[in-house]
Each structure stands twice: as C-alpha cells, then as structure tokens.
Write a protein that binds this ligand. Structure first.
Ligand SMILES: *Cc1c(COP(=O)(O)O)cnc(C)c1O
Length: 343
C-alpha cells in the first residue's frame, strides 16, 4: 500500500466505482446505443466524465500534466471530496486557520468531521508555533491553507506553507482561488515533490466564470485517481465544460482584466485611506480589500441603501468590511458613497 493509499478511508480504497457507458467505450465515432440517450437534438448526449478536452486545455494553460488535474463542480465539490476521501466521519479532524473561507467548516460539518481552529497571528499570517504541535495528532487528516486568504486578502509565507507540508503526514490543501491576483507563485509546480499536497484553483475569480461552477485540484496522479473514482459520474455539464474550454483561449483578455483589477485595487486602497470613517485598509494580494471602519454594521447598511453591496465581516473580524474590486465606475460609486457618510 502506498503512502497515499494509507491516507485514504478504507471504504474508498476498496470502492468499486460506478462504470458509466462513457467509461466502457470512449471513442466519439460510431452509433451510440449504449447510454439510453435520445438520438435527437444537440444536448442529448452525456458529457465526458473524464473532462479530457478541458483538462488538456488547463494542462497547457497552467503547465501541469493532465493526469495531475481534477475538475470539480466548483471548489465546493473539491473540498467536499477531500473530506469524503480522507476523513472518517465521527472520528477524524481537519485543521483550519481563522479567519478564513467559511466553506471548509460547512463541508466538515456535513461530513461529521471535527474542526481544529487555529487563529492566524495579528498580521493574519500562519502562527507556526501554534500549528506545528497539532500536526502530530493521528486523527488529524486534513490541513486547509487559504493563500491569498479570504477574507483577509494576504498571502501566507511560502516557507511556512512548506514547513507544514513537510511536518505533516496527512493531506495539505492549499486554496489558491485568488492566486492570479497575487505576486506569489502558485504551489501547483510542487505537487510532484509532495505526495500529500493538493493545490486548488477555480474558474470563478480571475477567469470570470463563477456561473460555470468549475473548481480545479492539482495533485499527484494517485490522489487525482481517487477524486475521479468518488465524484458523481457527470459532475460537470457539457455546457460548462465547453464554455470553460473557450474561455482559456482568451488569454489576452484575461490578462488585461486582471491588470485593470489590480490597478483599481491600488486606486481603491489609496482613496479608502483618505476617508474619515475608514480606520485601516489591510494589504491585499487578491481582488478584494479588507477594511476596518468606525462602525461596520452602520456603514454596511448605509451603502446598501445607496445600492452598493459589500460584505459585512463584522461578526468575524470586528468592524471589518470586505470590498470586492469592481469595474472603475463601480469603485468610484462606492468611494463617493463612502465619502458622504460621516460618523
Ligand atoms: C471564491 C472562493 C473559492 C471559489 O469557489 P468555487 O466553488 O470554485 O466558486 C474557493 N475558495 C475561496 C477561498 C474563495 O474565496
């Protein structure tokens, strides 16, 4: 049994996966009488369960071999599959560093997995002295690191991340949803070196395809095989696979949009720093900024009345709002409305 096999739940290791009609015969020429489809129409055929065409395009776009890529129905599915593959309900644990993305806890709760919460330090970086001793717990199977982190916006130190990967026998999942807005390189090129590393990205942010629900996991081919065995057979619709495939041909447009968003982020930070009700603008490596204001609940509802919707994070980080960088005119509207509010 390999090191990866040992990390996988026994029932998953022994699973005989569902074999669909599209698994048994994979060619695209011929008379298809194998899947009980209607022979008429354009949406009549089941989509490719192995996402071959899209994975091949992602492989070239991200410079990661196709066998090291899994596609989920959004990152949400990737997160859920991690629990289902690696954590025994009712006994195993997952570690998160707070404040962070809320879906890790929800997926843990759905899968009846206990969450170990370790606060980030005062600069929202990983508190290595708090995390390292917890990694020796036999019941701890998953560690989530969100970098750049939502909702704080900062990237974690790569030395800290690699120290955790090296110190932990279980799976480390790096959530890189915002990596395209960051100055830090992706860890996707390190999956060959670390068999316990999963790097997650998404079509929902820089690629502008949130509606298509496509999440990406990069990992060793062994881990990728388990993802494909456990997922539901047709987890990504043909429409979404096709739209995502076409999007990857728009490299120039994507790069231009990211450049504009980053310029707007700097303008936003600059202007926010001059507004009286703003107490602190946290540094951002993502397409949003975390802002501490005098009274987050009040400012949130004032903005709402003016038709500007931001994310009120007051209950998670005192008096903080998370503001997405929008189009230039949207950002200007936000700034104008904020300037009018005097407390
Ligand atoms: C937005 C976001 C995602 C993307 O989730 P999808 O299900 O792929 O849309 C993943 N992780 C974090 C931290 C995010 O903020």
């Amino acid at each position: 049994m390999s090191e990866v096999d040992k990390l996988v739940r026994k029932n998953v290791r022994e699973l005989i996966p569902y074999s669909s009609a599209r698994d048994e015969y994979e060619g695209d020429m011929g008379i298809f009488l194998d899947a009980n489809e209607n022979p008429y129409g354009t949406m009549n055929r089941y989509p490719d369960p192995h996402h071959k065409k899209l994975r091949n395009a992602i492989s070239r776009f991200k410079n990661v071999p196709q066998e090291n890529i899994f596609l989920g129905n959004g990152s949400d599915e990737v997160i859920d599959l991690c629990f289902r593959i690696f954590c025994n309900p009712g006994t195993d644990k997952a570690l998160i560093m707070t404040p962070t993305y809320g879906m890790y806890e929800v997926a843990a709760a759905v899968n009846d997995v206990e969450v170990v919460r370790v606060p980030l330090d005062e600069t929202f970086n990983i508190s290595i002295p708090s995390v390292i001793p917890l990694l020796h717990d036999e019941r701890l199977k998953l560690v989530f690191i969100c970098s750049p982190n939502n909702p704080t916006g900062n990237s974690m130190e790569s030395n800290d991340i690699e120290l955790i990967i090296n110190s932990f026998k279980g799976i480390v999942l790096i959530d890189e949803a915002y990596i395209d807005f960051s100055l830090h390189p992706s860890l996707s090129q390190k999956i060959m070196r670390y068999p316990n590393l999963i790097v997650m990205q998404t079509f929902s942010k820089a690629l502008g395809m949130a509606a298509a629900r496509i999440g990406i996991a990069f990992a060793s081919s062994e881990i990728i095989k388990y993802f494909y065995r456990v997922k539901s057979p047709y987890n990504i619709s043909a429409l979404n696979q096709e739209k995502a495939f076409l999007k990857l041909a728009e490299r120039g447009t994507i790069a231009n949009q990211v450049r504009t968003i980053l310029q707007e982020r700097e303008r936003l930070i600059d202007r926010l720093n001059k507004i009286v009700s703003v107490e602190k603008v946290f540094p951002s490596d993502a397409n949003f900024v975390l802002v501490r204001v005098k009274d987050a609940d009040l400012i949130y509802s004032r903005l709402l009345e003016r038709g500007v919707i931001v994310r009120n994070r007051n209950r998670i980080i005192r008096n903080c709002l998370r503001i997405t960088v929008g189009a230039p005119e949207e950002n200007s509207k936000l700034l104008n409305e904020l300037e009018k509010i005097d407390l």
